[in-house]
Design a protein around this ligand. Structure first.
Ligand code: G6P
Length: 409
């Protein structure tokens, strides 16, 4: 039975945002319930919008105290300090998380879309879990909409089956944004369920990608894997089972003004100066990297480049330092744990080889920073290094530029 819909604030048409990752996680530490903001581009991009617009955000309740703070419909108002929208949490079992998130989303789709076939794996049981969890998300969305008109805005590669599952809900406008690259169909061939994956997305009225090349690859994938679908390349649209899906590129960005304001705060400025004093005892240049610990980010090669620079220019000793912020990510996956070990070892090796009393060349921080802490790092750094091997749209570059108040970075 459908319950009374929960109203969001803001515009007239109801907005329901849906993603795997939630914008706030509640967890228990020393008997207390605390709240944290998960790292990653998707949450950073969407939260400011939801704060202003209001509505409902449906996401996996991944925190160990998430359901201690929710109402009887698994919802909670956020942000905790100044609630402006509803977060509806989806409960997942350990097996579901393993098959759907760790498995199919992050060991099949993520490496495939980032062209890292050496990390790609496929297991049909994980695909079954993925479908089961997508059904759970679809049900939660239908409940939140309560049979009324709403715009549903789905996000990313965890939810590719949801649009097809919501097709019969006639009052819903289904939009989806794919935050990562979409590969050439020859690459998708590695995935036995590619046809079902593509068909799932054709339940959308509008499907967005970061780049034109992803749009072109998607249309080619429809032609290759869904024989009954009519692709109109000129209009970038697809007609399939009585629905037209428009496919468009919308490169996402950040809330520039919010970063500018943050960087201008006196306490952020003070922290930036303190950071420089701590990492650069003499006058010199501070390099910065900000990434999740992910094999798509090219962190080991960046470290190699930094070491090569020190080797070629011994005079830079003591006059440059490199701060790499890399919060642990998806540590349940062996490839991510191996990367972390490799990065830690590389940092130690560089520091041993080039460092000396009073000067440490590379600093690795493996925990996430809050927005002000991050702005202080951006403000302090002379050079921000963004060297992903493949990215949907890297927001770090934009955040760094926004925080460079004098344009000197
Ligand atoms: C990328 C993905 C997001 C994801 C984020 C963090 O930006 O596009 O969907 O939320 O990485 O990864 P995680 O697995 O921790 O959610």
């Amino acid at each position: 039975m459908l319950r009374e819909p929960h109203r969001g604030g803001g515009g007239s048409e109801r907005l329901i945002v849906v993603s795997n990752r939630e914008p706030f996680e509640h967890y228990r530490e020393d008997g207390e319930v605390l709240v944290t903001r998960p790292a990653g581009g998707l949450v950073s991009a969407l939260h400011p919008l939801m704060r202003r617009r209001g509505g409902t955000w449906v996401a996996w309740g991944s925190g160990n105290a998430d359901f201690e703070v929710t109402d009887r419909d698994d919802g909670v108002r956020v942000p905790p300090e100044r609630p402006s929208y509803r977060l509806r949490r989806v409960r997942l079992s350990t097996d579901e998380v393993q098959g759907y998130y760790t498995g199919f989303a992050n060991e099949s789709l993520w490496p495939l879309c980032h062209l890292r076939l050496e990390h790609f794996a496929y297991d049909p049981r994980q695909w079954e879990e993925y479908r089961r969890v997508n059904r759970k998300f679809a049900k939660a969305v239908a409940q939140e909409a309560g049979g009324e008109k709403a715009t549903v805005w789905l996000h990313d590669y965890h939810l590719a089956q949801v649009p097809a599952l919501l097709r019969s809900e006639r009052r819903l406008r289904l939009h989806q944004f794919w935050h990562i690259p979409w590969p050439h169909p020859a690459m998708l061939d590695a995935l036995p369920v590619a046809p079902a994956l593509v068909r799932g997305l054709l339940g959308n009225h509008l499907l967005g990608f970061q780049t034109e090349s992803a749009v072109v690859n998607f249309l080619a994938s429809v032609a290759a894997f869904v024989p009954g679908a009519k692709v109109n390349d000129r209009r970038a649209s697809v007609r399939h089972r009585n629905r037209t899906t428009l496919v468009r590129a919308y490169p996402i960005s950040i809330d520039v003004a919010a970063f500018e304001r943050l960087a201008a705060r006196p306490e952020v400025q003070a922290e930036a100066r303190a950071l420089r004093r701590r990492l650069l005892p003499q006058k010199g240049h501070l390099f910065l990297g900000v990434d999740r610990m992910d094999y798509t980010k090219g962190i080991p090669r960046r470290l190699e480049a930094f070491a090569a620079m020190l080797e070629l220019h011994p005079d830079l000793g003591g006059r440059i330092a490199y701060l790499q912020i890399a919060p642990a990510s998806r540590s349940e996956i062996p490839a991510y744990r191996a990367l972390e070990r490799r990065v830690v070892a590389a940092v130690e090796a560089i520091n041993q080889r080039f460092g000396r009393k009073g000067w440490v060349p590379v600093h690795l921080q493996r925990t996430n920073l809050d927005a002000a802490g991050l702005a202080a790092c951006y403000e302090a750094a002379d050079v921000c290094v963004v060297s992903s091997l493949m990215d949907g749209m890297n927001l770090v570059a934009k955040e760094y530029v926004a925080c460079q108040r004098d344009g000197s970075g």
